[in-house]
Design a protein around this ligand. Structure first.
Ligand code: IFM
Length: 475
C-alpha cells in the first residue's frame, strides 16, 4: 500500500496494547448467544448477480475494470457470477433452509439509476422489490447495502467519488429506494468497507476504478462520508421506522516489529487514522482525525459538512478478517508499507494473520472511543486455499475460523459491546474481485459450469448454531 506523506503527519507516539492474544485469553464465561441474536449471511450485487445488461442496468466501474488485461488474476469476470439476479429464489431457499434470520445483500446503484443520476429505471426497482418480498415471505429479514463498490460508470466519467456531486447523487439514489421499497425494506447499510474502495480503487489501483493517486484520498473519503450523511437523511425523511447503519472494514493496525518498534508505530498509527478513524470520527464525532489534515487541504470540506457527516445510526456494521501489519518506509511515496505478519503467525489463504483477538480489539476500540453503539458483525469468514478446485466441501478449517471469531464476539459482548448479530461472509462461492474465482468464501459451493449449489460442512454447522445459539467448544 502506498499513501502520501500526509498519512503520518498526525501520528502520535505512545503504546496501545496491539499485539495478538491467544484464543484462550478470550474465553467467554458463557457460550450462549441471546435468543434475539441475528444470524445471517452477507453478499454483494456485483459478486453474485451477473445479468449485467438485464432490465436496463447501466455499467458500473467494475464492468469495464474486470475486462482489462491483468486486473483479475484468473482472467475471469462477473458477467454470470452466481447468476443470483435470476436465481435469487434458490439463494433465499438456502438461507431459509438454514434457519437464518437475515440476508445482507447489496443493491446495484446502476440498476436503479443506469447512469447514476437522472431517470429512474423501474425494472431495477422491481427486481429488488421482488427479492424483498421473497425474503419476507420466507421469514428472512432483508438488510440492504446501498454501496458495495459498484459505482455507476456514468458517475465515474464525471470524477466518481472525487467529485462532490456524486455525494448528492447518492442521496437521490437513497431517495429512490426508500420511495419504492421503504414500506417493506426496513434495514439499510449505507456503505460497505469504504476504506477498501478508497485505497484499493484510488491509491493502489488493484480495484475499480483502478486509479493510483494518493492525492485523491481526501476528496474520496470526504465525499463518501458526505454521501453517507446525505443518504441517511434521505432515508429518514422517507420513513420513520428504519434501522440504519453503515459497515466499515475495521482492522487493528500493528507495527512490524511489535509495540516497541517506535518508527513503525508512526506508520501503524497513520494507517489507523486513515483506515479506521477517517470513517468513524466523522460519523460519531463530526470531525476528522488529525491525520486527515493534509489530505483535506484546499477546501474539500465546506461549511456545514461536518454536521452532515455526523448522523445517528442504529448500528455500526463491523467487517473483520485480519489485522494489518505495516512499517514506516521513507522511500515509498506513501511512507507506509504493508509487511507480513510476525513469524510463526497462523495465516489464511491471503497470507493474512488469522487472529480472532483482532476482532475483539476493534470491538474494544468502538466501545471505548465511539460511545459503544449497537454493533452487527456484517462480515467475517475465510477463503479456501487459492485456486482450490473444486471447492472444499468438508471445510473444517472454515468452521474453526468461524467458531474462533464467534468466541471473540461472545467475549466482546461480555466486556460490554452490544453486538446484536453476525453475518457470515458469504452464502455462495462468488466473484472475489481482483482474485476472480480463485478465492472461495462460501458456506455453499457454486459450480460455475452448471450453477449447482452444494452446501459445505460449514453450512450445516452454521445452521445448527443458528438453531441453538450455543457456540460449540473446540472439538
Ligand atoms: O468479498 C469481499 C467483500 O466484497 C468485502 N469484504 C471482504 C470480502 C472477502 O474478501
Amino acid at each position: 500500500m502506498v499513501l502520501s506523506g500526509g498519512a503520518i503527519g498526525g501520528a502520535a507516539l505512545g503504546l496501545s496494547g496491539c499485539d495478538a492474544r491467544p484464543d484462550t485469553e478470550l474465553d467467554p464465561k458463557s457460550r450462549q448467544f441471546p435468543q434475539d441474536f441475528v444470524w445471517g449471511v452477507a453478499s454483494a450485487a456485483f459478486q453474485t448477480e451477473g445479468a449485467q445488461t438485464a432490465d436496463g442496468r447501466g455499467p458500473s466501474v467494475w464492468d469495464g475494470f474486470e475486462t482489462l488485461p491483468g486486473k483479475v488474476i484468473d482472467g475471469s469476470d462477473a458477467r454470470v457470477a452466481t447468476d443470483s439476479y435470476r436465481r435469487y429464489a434458490e439463494d433465499i431457499d438456502l438461507i431459509a433452509a438454514a434457519g437464518l434470520d437475515a440476508y445482507r445483500f447489496s443493491i446495484s446503484w446502476s440498476r436503479i439509476l443506469p447512469s447514476g443520476a437522472g431517470a429512474i429505471n423501474p425494472a431495477g426497482l422491481d427486481h429488488y422489490s421482488r427479492m424483498v418480498d421473497a425474503l419476507l415471505a420466507k421469514g428472512v429479514t432483508p438488510y440492504a447495502t446501498l454501496f458495495h463498490w459498484d459505482l455507476p460508470q456514468g458517475l465515474q466519467d464525471k470524477g466518481g467519488w472525487t467529485n462532490r456531486d456524486t455525494a448528492l447523487r447518492f442521496a437521490d439514489y437513497a431517495d429512490a429506494l426508500i420511495d419504492r421499497l421503504g414500506d417493506r425494506l426496513k434495514r439499510y447499510i449505507i456503505l460497505n468497507e469504504a476504506a477498501v474502495h478508497t485505497v484499493f480503487g484510488h491509491v493502489t489501483g488493484e480495484h475499480a476504478p483502478g486509479l493510483k493517486n494518493a492525492d485523491l484520498l481526501g476528496p474520496v473519503i470526504h465525499h463518501m462520508n458526505l454521501g453517507q450523511g446525505l443518504a441517511i437523511q434521505a432515508l429518514r425523511a422517507g420513513a420513520s421506522d428504519l434501522s440504519i447503519g453503515t459497515t466499515m472494514a475495521l482492522q487493528p493496525c500493528r507495527p512490524a516489529g511489535g509495540s516497541w518498534a517506535l518508527w513503525n508505530r508512526l506508520a501503524s498509527d497513520g494507517l489507523d487514522g486513515l483506515w479506521n478513524r477517517a470513517w468513524l470520527d466523522p460519523l460519531f464525532k463530526g470531525a476528522y482525525p488529525k491525520v486527515m489534515d493534509d489530505f483535506l487541504k484546499g477546501g474539500v470540506v465546506r461549511d456545514g459538512d461536518l454536521a452532515t457527516l455526523r448522523q445517528k445510526v442504529d448500528f455500526l456494521g463491523v467487517n473483520y478478517y485480519a489485522p494489518a501489519y505495516v512499517r514506516l518506509d521513507l522511500n515509498a511515496p506513501g511512507k507506509i508499507s504493508p509487511t507480513p505478519p510476525p513469524q510463526g503467525a497462523e495465516l489464511d489463504a491471503f497470507g493474512r494473520h488469522i487472529d480472532p483477538s483482532g476482532l475483539y480489539e476493534v470491538l474494544e476500540m468502538v466501545r471505548r472511543d465511539y460511545g459503544n453503539p449497537p454493533v452487527l458483525i456484517t462480515e467475517n469468514g475465510c477463503s479456501d486455499p487459492f485456486g482450490q478446485r473444486p471447492a472444499v466441501i468438508d471445510d473444517q478449517f472454515r468452521i474453526a475460523y468461524l467458531r474462533r471469531h464467534l468466541q471473540a464476539v461472545l467475549a466482546a459482548r461480555e466486556a460490554g459491546s452490544p453486538i446484536g448479530g453476525y453475518f457470515a461472509w458469504t452464502l455462495l462461492d462468488n466473484f472475489e474481485w481482483a482474485l476472480g474465482y480463485t478465492s472461495k468464501f462460501g458456506l455453499v459451493a457454486h459450480d460455475r459450469a452448471t450453477g449447482v449449489r452444494t452446501p459445505k460442512a460449514s453450512y450445516g454447522w452454521f445452521k445448527a448454531l443458528a438453531a441453538s445459539g450455543a457456540l460449540p467448544p473446540k472439538p
